[in-house]
Design a protein around this ligand. Structure first.
Ligand code: SAM
Length: 262
C-alpha cells in the first residue's frame, strides 16, 4: 500500500493484479473483457464454487439495510444482478439500479429480471464505478457484491460511491477474503487448485486464476475500514462469514452505529 495525500488517494496491491498478465491494456478494460467472456457460465459456477453459500452471505448482508427501508438503491458492479434482484425482492417499495462495465454480464441480468417480473423496479445501466454519471446524493443505499476487488482505483471508486449517497445513506460491501489461519491450507488448495480446474472445465481458466490472486492482494479488515472512513463514512461494521472467506462492510455516512468486529 502506498501513502495518501489529499490529491492522490492511496494505491493498493489489488489494483496491480491483472486478469491477463500478458496484456498491456488498462485494468478496467481487461476486467470488462474477462466478465464478458464468462457471463454465460458465471451464475452456475458461482453457485457451484460457493456451494450456494453466496446466497446466504447476500441475504445476511442485505438484512443490515432492513431497518432503514431504502427507496433508491444502487447496486454497483452488479454483474448478472444477483444482489440487486435479491434487494428488489426484500424491499418491495424500492427501485434498484444495477450498474456495471460488462454488457455481457448485464445481458444475463436483464433476462433474469424479466423472468422474475421485476423490470418495473429494476434497471441496468452501463457505468464505470470510477466515474459515475450520477448527481450527488441520488441514492439512500449502495450495494457492491464481489466487485470492489476488481476496481482499477479502489479509493477513487469508494469516494464516488460516497458522493452519490445521501448524507444519511448506507453502503454495503461484500467481498471474498483470506480466511482464519487454521482454515487457510484447505482454502488455498481449494482456490488455487480446484477453482481454476472448475474454471477450465466449465468456463475460462484464466478468470478463475485471477480470482485467488485478487483476493490475496485485497486490503481486508482494518485497511479497508480506514479507506472507508477517509471516503466520508462515519461508522463501519465488519462481519466475517464462513471461517472468514467472505467479509461484509456496512458503512454509514452519519454516525448512527459504532465501529466493531474489525
Ligand atoms: C465478481 S462479479 C460480481 C457480480 C455481482 N455483483 C454478484 O454479486 O454476483 C464483479 C463485477 O464487477 C464488475 N466491475 C469491475 N470493475 C468495475 C467498474 N470499475 N465499474 C463497474 N463494474 C465493474 C465486473 O464487470 C463484474 O460484473
Amino acid at each position: 500500500m502506498n501513502k495518501s495525500t489529499s490529491d492522490h488517494p492511496v494505491s493498493y496491491d489489488c489494483e496491480k493484479v491483472m486478469p491477463d498478465a500478458a496484456s498491456d491494456a488498462p485494468k478496467q478494460q481487461q476486467v470488462e473483457r474477462m466478465f464478458d467472456d464468462i457471463s454465460d457460465s458465471y451464475d452456475s459456477l458461482n453457485r457451484m464454487m460457493t456451494a450456494g453459500l453466496d446466497l446466504r452471505w447476500r441475504r445476511k448482508a442485505l438484512s443490515f439495510l432492513r431497518p432503514f427501508k431504502p427507496k433508491h438503491i444502487l447496486d454497483e458492479a452488479t454483474g448478472t444482478g444477483d444482489f440487486a434482484l435479491m434487494a428488489c425482492r426484500i424491499f418491495p417499495d424500492a427501485s434498484v439500479v444495477g450498474m456495471d462495465i460488462s454488457e455481457g454480464m448485464m445481458r444475463v441480468g436483464r433476462e433474469k429480471a424479466k423472468r422474475m417480473g421485476l423490470t418495473s423496479r429494476m434497471t441496468f445501466r452501463r457505468a464505470d464505478s470510477m466515474a459515475l454519471d450520477i448527481p450527488d446524493a441520488s441514492f439512500d443505499a449502495v450495494t457492491i457484491a464481489f466487485g470492489v476487488r476488481n476496481f482499477a482505483h479502489l479509493e477513487q471508486g469508494i469516494a464516488e460511491t460516497s458522493r452519490v449517497l445521501t448524507a444519511d445513506g448506507h453502503l454495503l460491501i461484500l467481498e471474498m477474503s483470506r480466511p482464519y489461519v487454521l482454515f487457510r491450507p484447505f482454502y488455498w488448495i481449494y482456490t488455487k487448485g480446484i477453482i481454476p480446474l472448475m474454471g477450465r472445465l466449465f468456463s475460462k481458466e484464466s478468470a478463475y486464476r485471477y480470482l485467488p490472486s485478487s483476493i490475496e492482494a485485497f486490503p481486508h479488515g482494518r485497511p479497508m475500514v480506514d479507506l472507508l472512513r477517509r471516503c466520508g463514512f462515519e461508522s463501519v461494521i465488519v462481519q466475517r462469514y464462513t471461517f472468514g472467506v467472505c467479509t461484509l462492510y456496512f458503512a454509514s455516512k452519519s454516525s448512527t452505529k459504532s465501529e466493531k468486529n474489525v
